[in-house]
Design a protein around this ligand. Structure first.
Ligand code: NAP
Length: 492
């Protein structure tokens, strides 16, 4: 039988759970060829499921169905979850209550290590820094999902015009939430305090600005269709010339669908709804000037360089023209990158240094038994289905290291490419105590500061119960409330 395997997974989002579930199911309990296995998952957030809980838009509840699979994974006796634990060299500043676990404690206690740490920081725009008039999209997402680092609520009752920079799905999620009536949103997993702010919103128009054209827009057609069908908002028609592909360009099926939807326009004609939105193509911000007076109704001035597509590089290049857009608030939604504090961060790629699922040294050598999956390995792109496919491929790589190749072929058909060479194993512990935990975690559990999966299921059930009482999907708890609820519900 192969030697025991004790895998630590840092991160508790979808990529982490897909790897855990695949590994545990491919190496069944009590199977003669499977090594003794433990999978311990650590997350700096107290609740599991990462972006599924703290990123998916509340009006997309079906996307969260994957949590049923994750719940099944957590019932495997070889699996444990430790929430509110920040693994890393420095304490994570934005979640002050998270327990700090140095990476060395992981290395001393585990034989294998997977980074599924995601891309947790927003990419900022070089020309406009965060200010009272410019916030990253992540602040809004964290606000409406009640993320543990969530920022103060946006002053939606003081603004009429909001500008999103970037035309990806996160932009469309935010626009949709702002343009949907709170009476519709209240059936979903939207906290009461968020609904209260949304019900006072005076936002009338959302501009969604992109530096390239409709063929290059990053959003998907499903999300565009939802915008077009909004009952209380209409789209400002787009100049027909912008919706005609340039000569010699054959649009893909998805691009054709996008163009058709944009040509058709929104379900409600412009002017017939209390709110409106626009897609402003070929515009790139160059500066943001605050209002000239302190009056709340005064708008900031966003300067936009007009751009065109360079056919050789497909990049946006300035035409030399500019215009000014008066706006109350700019929200930059330009994607995400990994936290530079994470070990093996590659500043050029802005995610972790890895190849075919393995963390690599700065010389490009794969580090033995250290892996990366999901956004941590590939950057912030793709939807949940692509995260799952990637996670399964990384599981294939892990498996190829822990079971003899002949057995690995029987267990999985995933092809795992062994890179150029494997650096000697000096980091992890090849003979860890299988059921032992880092001492910091033992203390954290005793102090009630580490949340395990059973604790989460208690909170989960209570959130759903509170939601049902309010006629909605769930009513979320914050950290302090969850902690006191767990204390009160603990058997005496
Ligand atoms: P994204 O899809 O990468 O879109 C980023 C947008 O920002 C693009 O329009 C990009 O334009 C623009 N941008 C980047 N840098 C810029 C700059 N310096 N100046 C002007 N514009 C700039 O990112 P996202 O919307 O944050 O989404 C991240 C991932 O999550 C995506 O894979 C997305 O599909 C996924 N997601 C999926 C869903 C869903 O399935 N419903 C919901 C949310 C997120 P260029 O193309 O010109 O670079």
């Amino acid at each position: 039988m192969p030697p025991p395997v004790k895998l630590a997974i840092i991160g508790g989002g979808p990529s982490a759970f897909y790897v855990a579930s695949r590994l545990l199911s491919l190496l069944p309990l009590n199977d003669t060829v499977s090594p003794p296995l433990r999978v311990h998952m650590y997350d700096r957030l107290w609740a599991p499921h990462g972006l599924v809980r703290y990123g998916v838009a509340p009006d997309h509840p079906e996307v969260k169905n994957c949590t049923h699979k994750f719940d099944m994974t957590a019932t495997d006796p070889r699996f444990r979850f430790f929430g509110n634990v920040n693994v890393g060299s420095t304490p994570f500043h934005s979640i002050p209550h998270a327990l700090h676990l140095p990476l060395t404690s992981i290395l001393n206690n585990y034989s294998h290590l997977l980074f599924a740490t995601g891309c947790t920081l927003p990419t900022l725009h070089p020309a406009i820094s965060p200010s009272a008039y410019c916030i990253p999209a992540l602040s809004l997402v964290h606000w409406y999902t009640q993320h543990p680092s969530h920022s103060s609520p946006p002053a939606l009752d003081k603004i009429s015009h909001l500008t999103l920079i970037g035309q990806g799905n996160v932009s469309l999620d935010i626009a949709r939430i702002l343009l949907t009536s709170p009476s519709v949103l209240r059936q979903y997993d939207v906290p009461e305090h968020v609904l209260e702010v949304l019900s006072r919103s005076t936002v009338k128009h959302v501009s969604i600005v992109g530096r390239r054209g409709p063929l290059e827009a990053a959003f998907t057609t499903k999300e565009l269709r939802e915008m077009i069908n909004l009952p209380e908002a209409s789209m400002i028609p787009i100049e027909p010339a912008l919706l005609t592909p340039p000569p010699g360009v054959t649009p893909t099926r998805q691009q054709r669908r996008t163009l058709e939807l944009l040509q058709k326009g929104s379900k409600n004609p412009p002017g017939s709804t209390p709110k409106s939105w626009s897609l402003d193509f070929y515009r790139s911000p160059t500066g943001l000037a605050p209002p000239s007076t302190a009056s709340a109704s005064d708008m900031a001035s966003l300067t936009l360089a007009h751009t065109r597509l360079d056919p050789a590089t497909s990049r946006a290049v300035p035409t030399g023209e500019t215009s000014t857009l008066p706006t109350s608030l700019v929200v930059t939604s330009l994607g995400f990158h990994a936290d530079p504090e994470t070990a093996f961060f590659d500043p050029a790629m802005r995610h972790l240094r890895s190849s075919a699922g393995r963390i690599t040294s700065s010389e490009g050598l794969a580090l033995k038994n250290i892996y990366a999956s999901g956004w941590a390995a590939n950057g912030a792109n793709g939807v949940l289905a692509s995260t799952m496919i990637d996670a399964y491929a990384v599981t294939g790589t892990i498996l190829s290291d822990i079971v003899p190749p002949s057995e690995a072929v029987k267990i999985t058909s995933a092809t795992s490419v062994l890179p150029m060479g494997i650096a000697p194993d000096k980091m992890l512990n090849p003979h860890p105590d299988l059921d032992g935990l880092p001492s910091e975690i033992v203390h954290g559990i005793n102090d009630g500061m580490v949340i395990q999966y059973d604790d989460w299921k208690v909170i989960d059930a209570e959130e759903v119960r509170r939601g049902e009482a309010l006629g909605k999907e769930r009513e979320r708890m914050g950290w302090k409330e969850a902690l006191s609820f767990l204390t009160l519900s603990a058997p005496s």
